[in-house]
Ligand binder design. Structure first.
Ligand SMILES: [Zn+2]
Length: 156
């Protein structure tokens, strides 16, 4: 079997961040690079933030998905360049919104902005309830307009 980069990118779409199952690791910008050298495959990943506990699971998942397809691979983690929210595609942001999670701001000021836009109704009239949601990379907010809580993926 010929192993192509395209085939591996295709397979990696099956791998999801367990904390954000709405997106695959390519949309998340976690999967950075695929190297094939004399039949040896290396997948390079960058965690969304250092110490994200999901990364170990993602690494295992990458190996599982590829090995099911007869491909053995090495997973390498790189922290440079560091992951930024710019790596989330517009499509990925839209998917997060549909999933009921406010996507991260495009710049750091927006990330720290307490008035995160509600993903349900788009209102700015929201308040921060807790800095930590179901996972450390999400915070919990409450929308005063449509009167419901929502999570914000803040990546930091
Ligand atoms: Zn709302």
């Amino acid at each position: 079997m010929v192993i192509s980069e395209e085939k591996i990118w295709e397979l990696l779409k099956e791998v999801r961040d367990p904390e954000l199952p709405a997106l695959d690791i390519i949309e998340m910008g976690i999967a950075r690079e695929i190297k094939i050298e004399s039949g040896k495959v290396t997948v390079v990943i960058t965690p969304t933030y250092s110490g994200c506990p999901a990364m170990f699971m993602i690494e295992t998942e990458i190996r599982d998905v590829l090995s099911k397809n007869g491909i053995t691979c090495d997973v390498k983690t790189t922290y440079t360049p560091a992951w930024t929210t710019d790596w989330l595609t517009e499509e990925a942001r839209e998917k997060l919104r549909q999933y009921g999670i406010a996507p991260p701001g495009k710049d750091i000021e927006e990330i720290f902005n307490k008035n995160t836009k509600c993903p349900f109704c788009g209102s700015d009239d929201t308040k921060l309830v807790s800095n930590f949601g179901s996972t450390a990379c999400k915070s919990i907010h409450y929308c005063n307009s449509c009167v419901q809580p929502f999570e914000h993926f803040k990546c930091i």
